[in-house]
Design a protein around this ligand. Structure first.
Ligand SMILES: Cc1cc2nc3c(=O)[nH]c(=O)nc-3n(C[C@H](O)[C@H](O)[C@H](O)COP(=O)(O)O)c2cc1C
Length: 350
């Protein structure tokens, strides 16, 4: 049986320690807290249901897809595997999973589209101080068939303190979706170039740049989520960036219920952070998410085995979801509801 947990060790063994440290990066205990919050939720299986056929198929932003498990946008896949995002794209396409391409991909969105023409794809963006860079990138993504924009809003630009003696991740990479091809990225200089003045008022304009559905990623408060939808977003992603940014951050499993309640069906809600099993996916959907995104496990799979590793992670999670649905008396994603989950401490989360 393929174990997602063993993949982290496989990636650790294969990667240069500096690269492994990059993917593992955490703010305080926010990563462990994400993991623990899913563990604190418990499934309440339904019995005596007809589960001869179980399907993980669903609809996201108006389009059908094979499963509610998406590849979260993660930067610089060439750090994990020589072919980088090309391998990720093949693995995700084989699994039929939506691949959210990072703004900091080390492969151009045009090359990714050519490599996996049938793979469903969304494009992630940060708002750069030079807003034209973000706009140009999103227009390119739309031109090659990306079906949605994911705007990450949890990383406002702030002055960076150079860490003395820190080794660069790799000087040879390019970020060809964001910077001109001949410009080598200075990873330490990226964050100061993100806009610090992005607000809800910008969302309608950003959506209008491409006309594609817009998901706002990095929302943790219900009121913020409602304001995103009011401002024209089609979806929000409850995310604390995999626990990488804010120390002592609220776990995403904890933040999810309030966001679902505030959005009240006016938009789609996704969640990421610490999703490591099909049971976690079922819990997220039972609390009210429409889909989940998976970050580090896909990165570990890529580091361990390129496209095959990415496929294995996504296919294993989907198969685990299918089996857990059957065991919980659920045959379709649309039948997943709040009764299926409770706190480990209380009978029901409501
Ligand atoms: C190595 C790494 C790079 C990431 N790069 C990006 C990025 O470029 N854009 C973005 O929106 N989120 C980025 N994230 C955050 C992920 O999209 C996602 O929110 C997070 O990984 C989910 O948590 P998980 O790793 O526990 O699944 C990154 C995360 C990791 C681990």
């Amino acid at each position: 049986v393929f174990e997602i947990s063993s993949l982290e060790e496989e990636a650790r063994a294969r990667l240069d320690p500096v690269r492994f440290a990059y993917v593992s990066l955490a703010a305080g205990d926010s990563v462990t807290s994400n993991l623990a919050a899913w563990q604190d939720l418990r499934l309440r299986p339904r019995m005596l249901r007809d589960v001869r056929t179980v399907s993980t198929a669903t609809n996201l932003l108006g389009r059908p897809c094979k499963s509610p498990i998406l590849v979260a946008p993660t930067a610089m896949h060439r750090l994990a595997w020589e072919e980088g995002e090309l391998a990720t794209a093949r693995g995700a396409a084989k699994a039929g999973a939506i691949y959210v391409v990072s703004a900091q991909a080390t492969t151009s969105i045009e090359d990714i589209a050519e490599e996996a023409p049938t793979g469903p794809r969304w494009m992630q963006a940060y708002m750069m101080r030079d807003r034209g860079l973000t706009r140009a990138m999103l227009e390119r993504a739309a031109a090659v068939g990306c079906a949605a924009v994911v705007l990450t809003v949890d990383s406002p630009g702030f002055p960076h303190k150079r860490t003395a003696g820190r080794r660069p991740l790799n000087e040879n990479f390019r970020l060809p979706n964001l910077l001109p091809d001949d410009e080598a990225p200075d990873v330490e200089e990226m964050v100061p170039n993100y806009a610090a003045d992005l607000t809800f008022d910008d969302l309608a304009d950003i959506r209008a740049w491409t006309g594609l559905p817009l998901a706002v990623k990095g929302v943790l408060q219900g009121a913020d989520a409602a304001r995103c939808i009011d401002a024209g977003a089609d979806a929000v992603v409850v995310s604390n960036h995999g626990g990488r940014l804010v120390p002592d951050c609220i776990a995403t499993a904890t933040a999810l219920a309030e966001v679902v309640e505030s959005v009240a069906g006016r938009g789609e809600v996704y969640v990421d952070g610490g999703i490591r099993s099909g049971a976690d996916v079922l819990k997220a959907l039972a609390v009210g998410a429409r889909a989940v995104m998976v970050g580090r496990p896909v990165w570990w799979g890529l580091a361990a085995g390129g496209d095959e590793g990415v496929f294995a992670v996504l296919d294993t999670l989907r198969a685990e979801l299918e089996r857990t649905m059957a065991l919980c008396g659920v045959s379709a994603v649309g039948d997943i509801a709040n009764d299926l989950v409770c706190s480990a401490r209380r009978r029901s989360i409501t």
